[in-house]
Design a protein. Structure first.
Length: 247
C-alpha cells in the first residue's frame, strides 16, 4: 500500500537537502533515513490516548512529516502492558524510523523501516575515552546491555553477546559510563516497570566528524545508532503490521 503525500515546497526542499547531505553521489537512489520519537500513552485496550513528541534538532525541521506520522500512529493498534495478568493503561516510549523517498517536485513517500516501544534513555553523560586506548589508537563500537529498575536506576550493565569485538579498555569504559545513566521506564497502571536496553557506543580518534555509528541488532529491527537504544521485551508493543508499508 503506497499513497503519495503532497508536500509544501519548503518541506520538500528540506527533504531534498537531507538527501543531498546523505548522498555523496547525486545519482544514487539511497533513501533519506529519519528517526522520530514520542512519549506514548495507551489505554488498556491498546488504543492511543496521548502522543507527545520528543524534541530532535533534525526532525523538528520536518513538522509536516511528523504530523503525517502522528495521524497514522493514532490509528495503530498496540498491546498494552499487564498488571496481575490483566491489560492496563500503559505509558511507553515510541520510536519510528522511516525512509523519505521523493517521487517528484510535489510528492514523496514515507516508508516505515522500524517501530520500537519500551523505556528510553533519560539522562546519559558522554563516555570517557580511556587514555590507554587513545595511546594505542583503539577505536570501535561497544554494545552494552543494561538492566534498570522500576525507578530507571541502572541495576547492572554488561557487554551484549552480539556486540562487535572491541578493546577491553573500551568495553570497560562503556560499562562504567552507562552505570551512571538514568532511564525512563515504562509505566503500567501508574507503576514503573523494570526493563532492559541494548545501547551502541562508538569511539573514534578522527579529527573529522565521527563516522556513522550503526549497529544491526538480531531479528527484524533496523540498525540503531549512537544515542538510540533498543528495548528487550518491552511491556507494550505494536500489533499493527506497519514495517515496510508506506504513507
Amino acid at each position: 500500500m503506497r499513497v503519495h503525500a503532497p508536500v509544501s515546497n519548503s518541506i520538500l526542499s528540506l527533504v531534498m537537502a537531507f538527501a543531498c547531505a546523505a548522498q555523496a553521489d547525486e545519482k544514487a537512489a539511497e533513501p533519506v533515513k529519519v528517526y522520530f520519537a514520542w512519549d506514548l500513552s495507551l489505554d488498556a485496550r491498546g488504543h492511543v490516548t496521548q502522543l507527545t513528541a520528543i524534541a530532535n534538532q533534525r526532525t523538528d525541521r520536518l513538522p509536516q512529516i511528523r504530523e503525517r506520522l502522528e495521524q497514522a500512529i493514532r490509528s495503530w493498534d498496540f498491546v498494552s502492558g499487564t498488571l496481575d495478568g490483566h491489560p492496563a493503561p500503559t505509558d511507553t516510549h515510541l520510536s519510528v524510523s522511516v525512509s523519505l523517498l521523493p517521487n517528484d517536485e510535489s510528492s514523496f513517500r514515507i516508508v516505515f523501516d522500524d517501530v520500537r516501544t519500551g523505556g528510553r534513555i533519560l539522562k546519559g553523560a558522554p563516555m570517557h575515552y580511556p587514555k590507554s586506548a587513545v595511546i594505542e589508537h583503539k577505536t570501535g563500537m561497544v554494545v552494552v546491555r543494561v538492566d534498570y529498575d522500576a525507578n530507571g536506576k541502572v541495576a547492572s550493565a554488561t557487554l551484549d553477546p552480539n556486540s562487535p569485538k572491541a578493546a577491553d579498555a573500551l568495553v570497560a569504559a562503556s560499562i562504567d559510563g552507562v552505570k551512571k545513566w538514568t532511564f525512563q521506564p515504562e509505566r503500567v497502571d501508574g507503576h514503573g516497570v523494570p526493563g532492559t536496553q541494548v545501547i551502541p557506543v562508538c569511539y573514534s580518534l578522527s579529527s573529522m566528524p565521527a563516522p556513522m555509528c550503526k549497529w544491526n541488532p538480531p531479528g527484524k529491527h533496523a540498525a540503531i545508532g549512537e544515542g538510540e537504544s533498543l528495548a528487550v521485551n518491552p511491556a507494550a508493543h505494536l500489533a499493527t503490521d506497519i514495517v515496510g508499508h508506506a504513507l
